[in-house]
Design a protein around this ligand. Structure first.
Ligand SMILES: *Cc1c(COP(=O)(O)O)cnc(C)c1O
Length: 226
């Protein structure tokens, strides 16, 4: 069997149906830098959700991707690019600042649509990563909740790249606590998007119910030479 197909089949077997909280786990294929052909191979092998990082790539490939997959946007989003995604993205994972939430709500309202979003949390407080701090989670939720054309359905966590599994476990558990806090007061909260190729097992164990895998499906990415 070809590698992508084999990877998807193995992952679908290996990823538990539910996390320790009894919630179904959704696998989102992170497709940055992958060709439409390779993305469609992953879809044929059983992928139902794909996540893009770059608006330009999303636009270039849009019509070439097999229809009826759920489309996620997982990358940093500039407000002036929102217009290219409106109505085409099922879930925005990367609402990492108030200004973006405001603009996404404004443009969604103008287009007479409601955009479903996750609030991105910079779980490790890393300078190189966007997102609200863990401490700001509730405050960010309340401010974004007040916006008319957004529906908040959960949290997305960026965890540090590290093999310090104790640290990852602690940070992931802290995210699950914040998620539970919101879930108790809002029945729309249902996604905790946390976990990439290197740490998804730890994340599911800590209570993630949505993982975003690129390398584990497509292999090491070939970044273009600058
Ligand atoms: C690239 C990317 C992933 C997937 O990363 P891998 O380590 O290749 O699995 C997940 N989430 C985001 C936001 C990404 O940019």
């Amino acid at each position: 069997m070809l590698k992508i197909e084999e990877n998807v089949k193995n992952l679908l077997k290996e990823i538990p149906q539910t996390n320790p909280f009894g919630e179904k786990v959704t696998l989102v294929a992170a497709v940055k830098l992958q060709s439409p052909n390779d993305i469609n191979r992953a879809i044929s092998a059983g992928i139902k959700d794909i996540g893009d990082n770059h608006v330009q790539e999303f636009r270039d490939k849009f019509t070439e991707i097999t229809p009826n997959v759920r489309r996620h946007f997982i990358g940093r989003l500039q407000t002036n690019k929102i217009k290219y995604l409106l109505g085409k993205v099922d879930l925005y994972h990367s609402v990492d600042r108030l200004n973006l939430a405001l603009e996404l709500s404004k443009r969604s309202a103008a287009a007479e649509t409601v955009s479903e979003i996750l609030i991105q949390i910079n779980a490790g407080n890393e300078e190189t990563k966007g997102g609200f701090s863990v401490k700001e989670t509730l405050e960010a939720y309340e401010k974004i909740k007040a916006l008319p054309a957004l529906k908040i359905s959960g949290l997305m966590a960026m965890l540090p790249y590290t093999e310090d599994y104790a640290l990852l476990t602690a940070l992931a558990a802290q995210m699950r606590e914040k998620y539970d806090l919101l879930r108790r007061q809002d029945e729309n909260i249902k996604h905790l998007s946390m976990g990439m190729s290197g740490d998804w097992k730890i994340c599911i164990q800590a209570g993630s119910n949505m993982i975003r895998l690129g390398t584990a499906i497509f292999g090491t990415r070939n970044y273009p030479q600058k």
